[in-house]
Ligand binder design. Sequence first.
Ligand code: DX5
Ligand code: ZN
Length: 210
Amino acid sequence: MIKVSPSILAGDFAKLGEEVKMLENSGADMIHMDVMDGSFVPPITFGAQMVKTLREHTKLPLDVHLMIENPQNHIKDFADAGADIITYHAETIADNRAVISMIKELGVKVGVSIKPNTKLDEIMDIVDLCDMVLIMTVEPGYGGQELISETIEKVRLLRAHALHLDIQVDGGINDDTIAIALEAGANVIVAGSYIFGADDKKAQIEKLRG
Ligand code: DX5
Ligand code: ZN
């Protein structure tokens, strides 16, 4: 089953409560929240307080993408705030197993993500411990970029290895790129500018299901 996780990074930060309600009414399956720390990636967005605030505005799962250094220091805060899935970046951590256990013990689903230049080999030994793998299809940090087509090969390889794993793609998903992502085996689709850039959000979300 294809799940669509709109990224609120492309939304109006002055009214994110309304934005998530609107996405829920438009058929979104979860809400993708991009947490950036100004270190792992240049911009700073928001932290656990925003997760806690939006938790009160939707029943949809909150899909929290941590683009931060030392995620282990913040995971409990995000779990307590109401995150349903916490995805950290493999590049930020030496001991993946410890972080995965930490997230699971908090009763939250765990995702691991890799940047476009990080090889799948780096995480192959731990993907079976995760609920989801996020293959970044752009360099993390900004919405509205073009998908890097070489990243799709990682989706294909991973799908061949893990038939039932949730494989998420994030970055540059639009009318031109969705087909190739789905065909390679992605089943959790993040989209920011594609959804927020159109008047009919419901139609955009539906189109991402292939
Ligand atoms: C980028 C973020 C993405 C971003 C995607 O670092 O992880 O979630 O919002 O934006 P689009 O869909 O516009 O490429
Ligand atoms: Zn993201």
